[in-house]
Design a binder for this molecule. Sequence first.
Ligand code: THU
Length: 140
Amino acid sequence: MSASIDWAALQQHAKTASLQAYAPYSRFPVGVAILAASGQIYTGCNVENASYGGTTCAERNAIAAAVVAGERQFQALVVYTPQEKLTPPCGICRQVIAEFFTPESPIASCNHLEQLQSWTLQELLPDAFTPMYLQASQKV
Ligand code: THU
């Protein structure tokens, strides 16, 4: 893990965000903190919907909050769930993370037992489809 990243601060922010989770259907609260290249931390929680497909994950809500604040590049992401099994980002979120994070970016998961596991984005989503492929295409 990168030495310059304050993992304890990211874990605390992710945990605090999870307390705002709106998860009446799954009862699976999730909080996420992301560190922007600017040094700023942004957070998100999952927001569920009675029409279940309308649910948005904590990861995507954190990224949306950062993007609306003007951020485009990020250094690290931490997921918090109060679960014994450390939770990695879901498949849809991995794709959205790949839009803004480099393949080497650390993506970590932590829980109420102070456990922390980290992967690189490359490990979670190898050979990701990224904006680079669209730029290389001949638009018709
Ligand atoms: N969830 C997230 O917020 N992030 C993930 O990476 C995994 C799943 C949420 C969606 C839903 O509200 C609940 O967890 C159960 O799937």
